[in-house]
Ligand binder design. Structure first.
Ligand code: 9GP
Length: 811
């Protein structure tokens, strides 16, 4: 019997009866209960296991196919994954939705009841984490052998509660009742060192022995990542920090010093306790760097273990392995692979460097200088002494190369060095560019600005290294699952559901935009989605701004718009107006006070409007708590207008913009990130454009930007800022106004008038419902490009050079 081929496994049946049999058997034997006494939780766990088993069976076949073909693998290293709720996705991907619904009915529950128990793992912060989840979905859908690596944070992104006082953060113990989708793999645990010192190796210039001062264990578990419409099931492997046995101090415990006895163990396990610990303190920064190294160290050892299962020596490593660094967070992997190859496997430095450089690729997701990570040299020296030595050597050799190309250009050497001076910092983005084969931005403008500004010296040195791969989103989660009504209409309109795997087929909707009865149905679906969302009057214009709170994204511009509408209605109450529901959702980093002020301001504005009988029939502001993937899936299908109003040149790409446009929301936006590509595809007549472009924005400051001038020249802006300044909307409002009037980092006031004028155009278009609906359909029709399946095809062809490995069916 060949167990590797999965032969000998009892096949899991495809009929409703077989599914029900398996469900009952899981209920009895795994859950230990009976039909009569099964609670909703029992039913949820049992259903999840029954569905998971079907994917696990495909996983076994995937592993066998991969084992047999010994392919080139993609390893995706990411500090964040926002995977979203799993049950509905896995029902869809395993094709068991209907039979599962029947089976749980027999237990007295509906699938919808059970979906409410399916808590999403909030292992990410925003777009970056959700992008990682969309990309692993598409890698599986495109049959690419891949593993995603991340951290299994005990507490994910905090749970947010919005009240009139703004944002409150609570811990998100997402797995407190267990996670039925996860497979623990304690056998593959790894040992990770920190601190300590290094010792020379006699006779070697480059090798060293690192003697760590602290040892922590990394224990993996994995979640299954099925492909859609294919047999492949890949995995995301998440590491938990565990204390080693030696860290428990038995003698102290025996002496009654209970807290002291577990102190070391607690410190070790804190590594995977929370996502993004507050880094405003030295200890917080140290913990973050520890997390990054923990992820990298565990993952690299696992990658090497997997390589060695199938291959001898090191010759084939770079041919069989590509490691994608998702932003700078995992960049220390470059120094760690060098350390493993040189110190532990005793390769010559040059050979190790050649392998390392060929193995890694780096995606940069930002243009904000503060988001390009740097770490104090003294912190590195203490926590990762050997890695700092390696980075110094990499830097020395690299600067020699620069010197040879640009002799005598000391300024350039200073700019490009991996080590920044005053204060001395390790520049992770520089390390990421130096130690990789390819660097990409995430939208055309972003990649261009990376080459022209932030990484210009590097682009001059290695032009061929720089590429663009425009982001994308999973059409399964963000159309098929989030918006079943629209999906059914699209399938009916196109006469096929192949668009779910081949999103460019949405182009076929273009001709239906001229069909009045199709438009009517399209409109009815939007309305029904708004009724489901229950955020406001379903006949009002649902104006949606959903994203992390950050001043560059300019939620404050939207608030100024809302306050101006409020003033206009109060001044001329009798006028006929477009009723609007303005929906904000998103979280602010707990230590980011300016962003939290904006949240509190929105809450105050919402309450003021709500209480005002003159204004409230036309304007409503809602702010549902705890924005996450699950909530996004409810809001996006109900949106009419998508707010993408960042200051041009600041938003690397955005992906919410793609999700909303694909669901027929029309964008009001600046020439920023992927907005530009959305506009180019949907047509300028189907997009509301306003504001400065990236070059104008960059020049504004150089030419002397005085926010006060805008205040003086624009009476409506003045009225809005005066209202804020007067304290009418609380102290937060005063602080927001004062920041805008004094410096206005993100040129909010410069774009105010253009934004308001553009909103007038929005209202005119809304008045003509047939025109609006046409625009909406055309947005969906022309956004097929923004599928993450296309993004992955781009990475596979241009950066990874990997080929798909199809997994045979089981019959
Ligand atoms: O801010 C970018 C966002 O524009 C982009 O869509 C997303 C995915 O590429 O990454 C975000 N970047 C970060 O969260 C940190 O660099």
């Amino acid at each position: 019997m060949d167990l590797r081929q999965g032969i000998g496994l009892r096949k899991l049946g495809k009929t409703a009866e077989e599914f029900q049999q398996d469900l009952l058997s899981n209920l009895y034997y795994r859950r230990g209960t009976t039909v009569e006494s099964a609670s909703a939780r029992d039913a949820y766990e049992t259903l999840s296991q029954t569905v998971r088993d079907r994917l696990a069976e495909r996983r076994a076949r995937t592993a066998a196919a991969h084992y047999a073909s010994n392919p080139r693998w993609v390893y995706y290293l990411s500090a964040e994954y926002l995977l979203g709720a799993q049950l509905e996705q896995n029902l869809l991907y395993s094709g068991t939705g209907e039979i599962a619904a029947e089976a749980v009915k027999a237990l007295g529950f509906s699938i919808e009841d059970l979906e409410d128990l399916d808590i999403e793992p909030g292992l990410g912060n925003g777009g970056l984490g959700r992008l990682a989840a969309c990309l692993v979905d598409s890698m599986a859908t495109r049959d690419i052998p891949a593993v995603g690596y991340g951290i299994r944070y005990d507490l994910g992104i905090f749970r947010q509660i919005i009240t009139e006082n703004g944002q409150t953060e609570l811990p998100d113990d997402w797995a407190f009742q267990g996670n039925p989708w996860e497979f623990p793999a304690p056998d593959d645990r790894q040992t990770v060192g920190f601190y300590g010192h290094t010792e020379p190796v006699p006779g070697s210039q480059t090798r060293k022995v690192w003697v760590p001062g602290e040892i922590v264990l990394g224990e993996p578990s994995h979640m299954l990542v099925p492909g859609y419409g294919t047999e492949t099931v890949n995995i995301v492997r998440l590491w938990s920090a565990k204390a080693s046995e030696a860290s428990f101090d038995l003698s102290r415990f025996s002496a009654g010093q209970y807290a002291e006895a577990v102190q070391e163990a607690v410190r070790a396990e804190n590594i995977s306790k929370v996502l993004y610990p507050d880094d405003s303190t030295e200890l917080g920064r140290e913990l973050r760097l520890k997390q990054q190294y923990f992820l990298v160290s565990c993952s690299l050892r696992d990658i090497i273990r997997r390589f060695r299962l199938r291959n001898e020596g090191w010759d084939g490593f770079a041919e069989k392995t590509v490691i994608q660094l998702n932003d700078t967070h995992p960049t220390i992997a470059i120094a760690e692979l060098m350390r493993l190859l040189v110190d532990e496997y005793e390769l010559e430095w040059d050979r190790a460097w050649e392998i390392t450089r060929k193995t890694f690729a780096y995606t940069c997701h930002t243009l904000l200088p503060e988001a390009l990570e740097t770490w104090p040299v003294h912190l590195f020296e203490r926590l990762l002494p050997r890695h700092l030595e390696i980075i110094y050597l990499i830097n020395m050799l690299f600067l020699r190369e620069v010197e040879a190309r640009f002799p005598g250009d000391d300024d350039r050497l200073r700019r490009m060095s991996i080590i920044g001076e005053e204060p001395r910092m390790v520049r992770m983005a520089h390390l990421a560019v130096v130690g990789t084969e390819a660097v990409n931005g995430v939208a055309e403008l972003h990649s261009k600005l990376l080459r022209e500004t932030v990484l210009d010296d590097f682009a001059e040195l290695w032009p061929a290294k720089f590429q663009n791969v425009t982001n994308g989103i999973s059409p399964r989660r963000f159309v098929r699952i989030a918006n079943p009504r629209l999906s059914d209409l699209i399938t009916e309109g196109l006469g096929t559901d192949t668009w779910i795997r081949d999103l460019e087929r949405l182009e076929g909707l273009e001709r239906l935009a001229d069909d009045a009865s199709f438009r009517e149905r399209w409109q009815a679906i939007k309305r029904a989605n708004k009724v489901d969302l229950a955020a406001g009057d379903p006949d009002s214009l649902t104006d949606v701004m959903i994203k992390r709170f950050h001043e560059y994204k300019r939620q404050q511009l939207k608030v100024l718009h809302v306050i101006t509408l409020y003033h206009r209605i109060r001044q001329d109450p009798g006028r006929d107006r477009v009723p609007r529901t303005v929906l904000f959702a998103g979280k602010a980093a707990p230590a980011y006070h300016a962003a939290k002020d904006i949240i509190r301001l929105i809450a105050t504005v919402a309450a003021t409007i709500e209480k005002d009988p003159v204004v409230s029939p036309y304007l409503k502001v809602v702010f549902p708590s705890n924005y996450n993937v699950t909530l996004a899936e409810k809001i996006i299908p109900a949106a009419d207008l998508s707010e993408q109003i960042s200051l041009a040149g600041k938003e690397a790409s955005g992906t919410g913009n793609m999700k909303l446009a694909l669901n027929g929301a029309i964008t009001i936006g600046t020439m920023d990130g992927a907005n530009i590509e959305i506009r180019a595809r949907v047509g300028e007549e189907n997009f509301f454009l306003f504001g400065l472009d990236a070059y104008e924005a960059a020049n504004a400051r150089i030419n002397g930007y005085f926010p006060h001038r805008y205040y003086e020249h624009d009476p409506e802006l003045r009225a809005a800022l005066d209202a804020l300044g007067s304290g009418a909307f609380g102290e937060s409002g005063q602080r927001v106004a004062s920041s805008l009037m004094s410096w206005d980092e993100y040129l909010t006031l410069a774009d105010f008038r253009s934004y308001l004028d553009c909103q007038e155009q929005v209202e005119q278009a809304w008045h003509d419902r047939e025109r609006w609906t046409r625009m909406s359909i055309l947005n969906t029709a022309h956004c097929g490009f923004f599928s993450s399946d296309r993004t992955i095809a781009d990475y596979a062809a241009r950066i990874w050079r990997v080929a798909p490995v199809p997994v045979p069916h089981d019959d």
